[in-house]
Design a protein around this ligand. Structure first.
Ligand SMILES: N[C@@H](CCC(=O)N[C@@H](CSS)C(=O)NCC(=O)O)C(=O)O
Length: 343
C-alpha cells in the first residue's frame, strides 16, 4: 500500500495527469511513457499547457562564481537554444550538455563585457559553426549581433526581451523572457551584474555609475511582475535564484534611497580619498602615518555601523578582479581574437 502511494505521483507526472485523476490505475497504464528526452524536458521546463516548451538549466563556473544559463525551445522540431554568459573554461561542459540534450545552439549571448572572466562566446563560435554572438551595442564590444533596449531575441517560438540596465558597466543589459501567450510563466530575468541576489554589481570601473545603476534596477527590474524569477550572472554566497518581490524587500543595497545607495557604492572611494588627501599634507613618520590610517579606518567602520547604513551584506570592500587586465580586452573581442585571414 505504501509502495503504491509513493508510485502514483511519479506515474501521474510521467503520464502528465493531475494527482486528482491519478487514483484510477487503469488511466495510469493507458499512456506510454514519454521518450527520455521529452520526459527530461518537461521535468526542467516552465510554462503551462501548449506553452510548456522551455528547457532551462543554470550552470556554474566556480573560479569566477559565474552562472551561465541555457534556454531552449524543446517544442520546436529544431530544439533551438541560447546560452547567456558562457565562460571560456566551461565551454566544453556546456557544449556537451547541449549535444546530449539534442539542442541546436543558435545564440551565445553576453549581458555585458565581463571583467572577472573571459567569455566563452568566441570559443563557442570556433567549435560550433553557425552560432551567432550577441551583446549590446552600447558595450562597445565586437559581436555578430548587437542589441538595443526593446529588441527581441527569438529562438523557436520563445523570445527574450532586451532591457538596458547600465550602471555596473555602461553597456549592461538584462534579458527577460517574453510577455505573451506561450512564453514562460512566471517570467525570468537574466540580470547580469546589474542585480546580484541581495546585492548588485560594483560601479567603480568600466563606465560604472551608482546613480545609473539605481535608476536601471528600479525602472527596468523592480517594475517587472513581482513573481518574476531573477537569475544573476554571479553569486558569492550560494544563492541561485530570487524574485522581484524578494529583492525589492530585502536587497541590502537597492532597497535604500538613492543617496544612501550611492554612499554605499562609493564607500571604498571615500577611504581612498582620505589617504590621497592625507599623505601629501603630512610631515610625520611612516609608522605614525600607518597608525593614523588604521584609526581613520576604525573610525570609518564604526561610523558606518552606527549610521546603520550598511549591513555586512551591503559592505563594499572589493579589490579589482584578479583577471581584469586580461578579461576586459579579451571580452571586447568576444573572448578570442579572430583567426588571421587565410592568404
Ligand atoms: N574577487 C573577484 C571579483 C569580485 C567582484 O568584484 N565581482 C563583481 C562582479 S564581476 S566584475 C561585483 O560587481 N561584485 C559585487 C559584489 O558586491 O560582490 C575576482 O577577483 O575576480
Amino acid at each position: 500500500m505504501v509502495l503504491q502511494l509513493r508510485l502514483i505521483p511519479r506515474l501521474a507526472a510521467a503520464a502528465r495527469l493531475t494527482p486528482a485523476t491519478s487514483c484510477a490505475p487503469r488511466l495510469l497504464l493507458r499512456r506510454a511513457p514519454l521518450p527520455p528526452a521529452l520526459a527530461m524536458a518537461s521535468a526542467y521546463s516552465a510554462g503551462y499547457g501548449a506553452g510548456r516548451r522551455l528547457l532551462f538549466r543554470q550552470l556554474f563556473e566556480k573560479e569566477s562564481s559565474t552562472y551561465t544559463y541555457l534556454l531552449a525551445d524543446v517544442a520546436d522540431p529544431d530544439r533551438p537554444a541560447v546560452l547567456i554568459d558562457p565562460v571560456d573554461r566551461t565551454v566544453d561542459r556546456d557544449l556537451n550538455l547541449i549535444k546530449e540534450l539534442g539542442l541546436k545552439l543558435v545564440f551565445a549571448m553576453n549581458t555585458h563585457v565581463h571583467a572577472d572572466h573571459v567569455t566563452g562566446t568566441g570559443l563557442i563560435k570556433t567549435k560550433v559553426p553557425g552560432v551567432k554572438s550577441v551583446i549590446s551595442k552600447a558595450s562597445g564590444a565586437k559581436a555578430d549581433h548587437f542589441v538595443d533596449h526593446g529588441d527581441k531575441i527569438h529562438f523557436g517560438n520563445l523570445f527574450l526581451e532586451v532591457r538596458a540596465t547600465p550602471g555596473h558597466t555602461s553597456g549592461c543589459v538584462t534579458y527577460v523572457t517574453g510577455d505573451a501567450d506561450g512564453q514562460p510563466s512566471p517570467r525570468m530575468a537574466f540580470t547580469g551584474d546589474a542585480l546580484i541576489i541581495r546585492a548588485c554589481g560594483r560601479t567603480d570601473f568600466q563606465g560604472g555609475s551608482s546613480e545609473q545603476l539605481y535608476q536601471s534596477v528600479h525602472s527596468q527590474i523592480f517594475t517587472l511582475p513581482k513573481d518574476t524569477l531573477l537569475y544573476p550572472a554571479h553569486d558569492y554566497k550560494g544563492f541561485t535564484v530570487s524574485t522581484v518581490e524578494e529583492e525589492a524587500a530585502y536587497n541590502a543595497r537597492l532597497t535604500k534611497d538613492k543617496e544612501t545607495f550611492k554612499t554605499i557604492m562609493n564607500s571604498k572611494f571615500s577611504q581612498v580619498d582620505m589617504y590621497i588627501w592625507f599623505i601629501p599634507n603630512s610631515h610625520i613618520s611612516a609608522d605614525m602615518l600607518t597608525l593614523l590610517a588604521k584609526l581613520i579606518l576604525l573610525f570609518w567602520d564604526e561610523r558606518k555601523k552606527s549610521d546603520n547604513l550598511v549591513s555586512s551584506w551591503a559592505d563594499l570592500n572589493l579589490s579589482y578582479p584578479k583577471m581584469m587586465d586580461v578579461a576586459v580586452p579579451a571580452n571586447l573581442v568576444c573572448g578570442i581574437q579572430d583567426p588571421p585571414p587565410k592568404i
